[in-house]
Design a binder for this molecule. Sequence first.
Ligand code: SAH
Length: 252
Amino acid sequence: MVYFVGAGPGAEDLITVRGLRLLGAADVVIYAGSLVNPGLLKETKEGCRIYNSAFMTLEEVIRVIVDAERKGEMTVRLHTGDPSLYGAVREQMDELEKESIAYEVCPGVSSFCAAAAALNMEYTLPGVSQSVVITRMAGRTPVPERESIAAFAAHRASMVIFLSAGMVKELSRELIKGGYEPDTPAAIVYKATWPEEKQVVCTLRTLEEAAREHKITKTALIIVGHGVCHDSYDRSKLYDPGFSTEYRKRKE
Ligand code: SAH
C-alpha cells in the first residue's frame, strides 16, 4: 500500500494526525526534500528506509515503491503542503495503477492556507471577493494561455500565486495589465510557518521593490487583493442578527 501524504507547509506540527500516524507506520518514506521539513523524518520507525525525491526521477521513485510492494511493505510518499497542488502526484498514481499497486491520499495543509494564517487574512471577504484564484507564472511548466495572469486579474478576485517569487516584476506587470489597480494590496509570504518566515505587505506597484528589499526570490507565495488589507468589507449574513439560519432564529 502506498500513501501520498501532505506534510503541511513547514512547521512539524502542521502535518495531520492521520499523516503522522502513516509516517510512523511506514517501512519506506520518499519525501520531497526541497520543501518538506526534514524534522518530520524523526517520526519514522526504526529501520524505515528514507529517500529524498529531490535527487530522483519519476522512474526511480516508482522503482523504490515497486520493490517495497514486492516485500509487502508500506510506503509513504511525503509531499509538501497538500499533494493536489503542484505536487506531480497524478503521474505517480498512473504508474502505480499500471503496476496494480493500491494507493490513497492523505490531504495536508497547503501553504496558501498557512500564508493566510500568517497574514490573519480571509480570502473570501463579503463585499470584496468570494473566490480565490490559485495559479502560477509560466516557468519550465507552461501555463495555458487562457489561464494567463492577466486573464485571471480581470476578475479582481483574491489571488494566490505559487512558484513565481523570482518573477515578481513580470508578475505585477501582468496583474496590472489584466485589470488590478496598481495600488491593490499584495503580500509576499516567505516560508510560512518555518522559523525563518517573513511576511511583507505592499501593493502591486511596490511588489518588486518589496521582494528585492527583503531578498525573497523563492519559497514564497504572492497574495493579491483587497482582502490583504481588509479596510472595507461587508458583515457576514451568517452571524447577522437580522437573518435566520437553519440553526438560529433572527433577532428582532
Ligand atoms: N503542494 C504545495 C505546493 C508545492 S509547489 C502546497 O500545497 O503548498 C512549491 C511552491 O509552493 C513554492 O515555490 C512556493 O511558492 C509555495 N510554498 C510551499 N511551501 C511554502 C511555504 N511554507 N511558504 C510560502 N510558500 C510556500
